[in-house]
Design a protein around this ligand. Sequence first.
Ligand code: C2E
Ligand code: MG
Ligand code: MG
Ligand code: MG
Length: 292
Amino acid sequence: AAKDAGRSGFAFYRKEMTEQAALSMERDRDLRRGFEKDELRLHYQPQVELATGAIIGVEALIRWQHPIHGLCGANDVVPVAEKSRLIMELGDWVLREACWQARAWQEAGLPPLRMAVNVSARQMQPDRLPNVVRQILDSTGLDPALLEIEITESTLQDSERCVATLHALKALGVSLAIDDFGTGYSCLGSLKSLPIDRIKIDRSFVQDIPHDRNDEAIAEAIIAMAHKLNMVAIAEGIETEEQRAFLRARGCEEGQGYLYARPMTADAVAALLRDQQRGTDLRDAVSAGGAT
Ligand code: C2E
Ligand code: MG
Ligand code: MG
Ligand code: MG
């Protein structure tokens, strides 16, 4: 009986595998189709200075306007693209679109904004990514200082290739941020030798402030470490006034999260910036339009 169970278990497992593989191929094909049909979009989430609430930058986040499933989030796109070389093409497109948009806002008379772009581990190739970025900066005319590349802390482990890419990017004059900090088990010692400008405290440490003493301690320690290393601390996923107050009191300079604004269309960002130019407080002006 045990043998039978084992055998049917194995058969079941095989069937699952095949279904999984078919599903994954189907997703890959659909994403390629969507990419070619221009169904991908960037939404932008404002990043603010915690002391004033002023918008100082945005993070570009990918979305998929799917003909059947509607607006899909980054988690329906990035993991699929990362399984193949598609992430390279898609990553180039994200960089180009984001830099183009940053220039378009400036040309429309809005104040210069930092544009943060997420980059996957597979894109961290020293002989490729810096060239792509340089070419995009040249063709869009965006000030390199306004572009920030975000890599996750787990990508950092990818050692030499990644370190070389970071230095080459930095040499272009762009700034660099470590995303999801605190979740990636990076070697802290290696941080001090990397040209990192900003550390993003992962949302998981922010969401339970002020109820979880341990998360508070971790957030506080990350802020202190960032400052000792001459880096700026930015918190992700700020949803409540208590979280903002706690982080600000600990010296965290910047933040982003639903308390301030959700990721939104480029037009909605422009409207928000115009409100800011007119002196309206961001939290009174949360836009209804195009938020995700
Ligand atoms: P991330 O870079 O850590 O981005 C922050 C995520 O948190 C975004 O999810 C954002 O919508 C969400 N978020 C922001 N504020 C709040 C908040 O107050 N509460 C909650 N609950 N969530 C908040 P999203 O857009 O689904 O993106 C997920 C991840 O996908 C990103 O995490 C990033 O790692 C990746 N990603 C997004 N766009 C790109 C891209 O263009 N290229 C690459 N390589 N990865 C991307
Ligand atoms: Mg990010
Ligand atoms: Mg993050
Ligand atoms: Mg995160």
